[in-house]
Design a binder for this molecule. Structure first.
Ligand code: ADP
Length: 443
C-alpha cells in the first residue's frame, strides 16, 4: 500500500506540474504568463482546500462515509482513513464483546467481587453477588468510599493493613444478618485491590453442629457414667473373690471414660470461646501446686525439680492455664520410666515474655509425630499411651488454651533422650510479680 500511495502522490505532483505548464503555455500564447500562472496556482490551492474539507468531514462524521473512487493522493488518503476506521470499529466491537463476556462471568460468580481503587479506597466496580452479600447497589455505591459503603463492617483498620490484611472470618453480612461472610483483600496491582466476600453460612452451621454434637454427647454421657462409676466403687467382691480382677478392670475403664468425657467437655467449652477472661495468674503458687501434683503422681519414682527465675506472673485465665500446665506435667510423669527426671522451668524469654517448660528424660517422640501431636486423639504409640491412662486429648487442650493466650507450644524431643514441652508467652501476657507472691523457688 505504501508504494501505491507513493504512486498516487507522484501522480498528483505530475498533474500539478502539467496544470502549471499548461497555464504557462496558455499565458505565453495570450501574452500574460504571470497572471495565468497565478490564477492556475490559486485554483490548485482552492481544490486542495476543498479536498481537506472532505477529510475533515470523514473524521468528524457520525456515520461511516464510503470512500469516493479516484486516483490521486486525496483519494488514497480517503481510502486509508476508511480502512483504519473499519479496523478500529471491528476491534472495538471485539473488545466490547469480550468485556461483556467477562462481566457476565463475574456476575454468575457466587462470591462477591469488588474492585477497589487503592489510593482513595473507592469502589470502582462490583458484581451481582456483591448486592446480595454486601448490599452494594448500582448506581449509588459506584465510586463510593469503601468504608461508608460497607459501614457495617470493621473496614478502616482492615483496609489500613492493606497487603497484610488477614482474611476476616465469620463476619455478619451488612445485607442480611443471617449470612456469615469471609472477607479477603487481594492487592492485585499497584492501583487496585480486589475485595472478595464468600458466603460461609453453611460451613459455620456445620461447624456449630459438630461442636454442639460433641458437647451434647459428652454432656449426656456424664450422668450415666457417674452412676455406673459410683456403683462400681461401692461394689465389693465379697463372696466371689474371682470377680476382683474384673471389678478392678471395670473401675479402671469407667474412670478412663469419665476422664474422656471431662476432656471432651473441656475442649468444647474452649471451642465455644474466642477469648478468656484475663486475670492475674500468680505463678509462684501455681508452680508450687504443679510440683505437688507431679510428686503425687510420681510417688517417688522420678526426680522432680523446679526452677523459677522469671519473677513475673502471667496475665490470663487461672483455671485453664493450670489445667494446660498440669496436662504437660502429668504427661511427663506418665511417659517417663521410673528413675527418670522431670524438670519444670519458668524463665523470661528473649521477646520480653516468659516460657514455661516441662522437660523429661522419657522415651522421646520421633520427629514425624511432632507436627500432629496436638491433634485430638493423636497418639504416638497406641498401646503405651492407652496404658498410661491418657485420653489423647491432653495436648489438644494445651494447644487450645495457649492459643487463647496468644501463646505457642513448642515441642522438642529426642528419641531415648527425652522431650521438652515449651509454652511461650509474649510480653503482653506477663506482669511484674506482686510483692506478696514474690518467692523465687529453686530446688
Ligand atoms: P494422652 O492422653 O494419650 O497422653 P496427649 O494429647 O496428652 O494424650 O498426648 C498425645 C501423645 O503424645 C501421647 O499419646 C504420647 O504418645 C505423646 N506424648 C505426650 N507427652 C509425652 C512425653 N512427655 N513423652 C513422650 N511422649 C509424649
Amino acid at each position: 500500500m505504501a508504494s501505491a500511495s507513493h504512486h498516487a502522490w507522484f501522480r498528483t505532483l505530475a498533474l500539478l506540474a502539467g496544470i502549471l505548464a499548461a497555464a504557462l503555455l496558455l499565458g505565453l500564447a495570450i501574452g500574460q504568463p504571470w497572471p495565468a500562472l497565478t490564477l492556475a496556482s490559486l485554483a490548485v490551492v482552492a481544490w486542495h482546500y476543498w479536498k481537506l474539507l472532505g477529510v475533515q468531514q470523514r473524521l468528524t462524521a457520525r456515520r461511516r462515509l464510503e470512500p469516493k473512487p479516484g486516483q490521486g493522493i486525496w483519494s488514497a488518503l480517503d481510502h486509508l482513513l476508511y480502512r483504519g476506521q473499519t479496523e478500529m470499529r471491528i476491534r472495538k466491537r471485539r473488545l466490547l464483546a469480550m468485556l461483556r463476556a467477562y462481566r457476565a462471568a463475574a456476575d454468575v460468580l457466587p462470591d462477591a467481587v469488588v474492585v477497589v481503587e487503592r489510593n482513595q479506597q473507592r469502589i470502582l466496580w462490583f458484581n451481582a453477588a456483591a448486592t446480595t452479600l454486601l448490599g452494594l447497589r448500582h448506581p449509588e455505591h459506584r465510586n463510593a468510599p469503601v468504608a461508608t459503603a460497607l459501614s457495617g463492617l470493621p473496614m478502616a483498620p482492615w483496609l489500613a493493613a492493606g497487603r497484610n490484611a488477614e482474611p476476616m472470618n465469620d463476619v455478619p453480612s451488612p445485607a442480611d444478618p443471617n449470612l456469615r461472610l469471609q472477607l479477603r483483600l487481594l492487592p492485585y496491582s499497584e492501583e487496585f485491590w480486589l475485595l472478595i466476600a464468600r458466603d460461609i453460612t453453611q460451613t459455620m452451621r456445620v461447624e456449630q453442629m459438630r461442636r454442639d454434637f460433641v458437647a451434647n454427647v459428652s454432656h449426656e454421657l456424664r450422668t450415666p457414667l457417674t452412676v455406673v462409676h459410683g456403683y462400681l466403687e461401692m461394689l465389693d467382691e465379697g463372696d466371689n473373690p474371682q470377680w476382683a480382677p474384673m471389678l478392678e478392670e471395670m473401675r479402671r475403664q469407667s474412670l478412663r471414660m469419665t476422664r474422656l468425657v471431662e476432656d471432651l467437655l473441656t475442649l468444647s467449652r474452649l471451642d465455644a470461646r474466642d477469648s478468656l477472661q484475663e486475670e492475674v495468674v500468680a505463678m509462684a503458687p501455681l508452680l508450687a501446686s504443679l510440683l505437688r501434683e507431679a510428686e503425687a503422681l510420681s510417688q517417688g519414682r522420678h526426680r522432680i525439680t523446679l526452677e523459677d527465675t522469671a519473677q513475673v506472673d502471667l496475665r490470663g485465665a487461672n483455671k485453664e492455664l493450670h489445667s494446660a500446665f498440669s496436662n504437660l506435667v502429668s504427661n511427663a510423669v506418665r511417659y517417663t520410666p521410673d528413675g527418670g527426671s522431670i524438670h519444670l522451668r519458668f524463665v523470661r524469654n528473649a521477646d520480653g515474655g516468659a516460657n514455661l517448660e516441662v522437660q523429661d528424660t522419657g522415651p522421646g517422640i520421633p520427629a514425624v509425630h511432632l507436627p500432629r501431636l496436638t491433634e485430638r486423639f493423636y497418639r504416638v504409640s497406641n498401646s503405651r499411651s492407652r496404658d498410661s491412662g491418657g485420653t489423647g486429648l491432653g495436648l489438644a487442650i494445651v494447644k487450645h488454651v495457649l492459643g487463647l493466650h496468644s501463646a505457642q507450644l513448642n515441642i522438642t524431643s529426642e528419641v531415648e533422650k527425652g522431650s521438652t514441652f515449651l509454652c511461650r508467652f509474649d510480653a503482653n501476657h506477663v506482669l511484674a510479680r506482686t510483692p506478696h507472691s514474690l518467692s523465687g523457688i529453686s530446688r
